[in-house]
Design a protein around this ligand. Structure first.
Ligand SMILES: [Ca+2]
Length: 165
């Protein structure tokens, strides 16, 4: 049984390592999720930035796709956000499996001037049982969860998640 050691470690490669702030002009981008159904950080959704008290930095987000660590597209969804509605993704892909590990998210946002921007960045979908079982080390200090987000201050500790204790 030699194949097991070949497939486990790349799944979480550089998990939470993408802290590029370029995308954050329009949306807040948590880079970590824990889709385990406990209600904390379970789903991906777009969180718009506010330009001032009444104006958000983007007016729409759409054309969402997700790639795994091998660059394979594993999920697509047309709509993510509009002024009237937001659509979430629960990390379930075709066949009912959960997407875990390092995932690249791609989607478009339209800014206040009507210009479209392509956003692309990596997030980490963590299942603690999976991480512990495979003895994977993730630098959690680099992980930013949705529940750490204060819309006025940005990402703040502590997360309410009990992470892989
Ligand atoms: Ca969770």
């Amino acid at each position: 049984m030699v194949f097991a050691s070949c497939i486990d470690s790349p799944l979480y490669k550089d998990c939470c390592g993408d802290l590029d702030a370029d995308n954050q002009q329009y949306v807040w981008t948590p880079n970590a999720y824990t889709p385990d159904g406990d209600g904390l950080n379970d789903v991906f959704g777009v969180i718009p930035r506010w330009v001032n008290d009444s104006t958000q930095a983007m007016i729409a987000a759409w054309d969402f796709s997700v790639e795994n660590t091998r660059g394979k597209e594993i999920y697509t969804q047309d709509s993510l956000w509009s002024a009237h509605q937001s659509w979430r993704w629960d990390f379930i892909i075709s066949g009912g499996t959960r997407a875990l590990g390092t995932l690249r998210l791609n989607y478009k946002v339209m800014d206040l001037n009507g210009t479209t921007h392509n956003l692309s960045y990596e997030v980490c979908a963590i299942d603690c049982a999976d991480v512990i079982e495979k003895d994977i080390e993730i630098d959690l200090s680099l992980c930013r969860f949705e529940d750490q987000l204060d819309l006025n201050q940005g990402f703040v500790w502590p997360s309410n998640e009990a992470l892989c204790n």
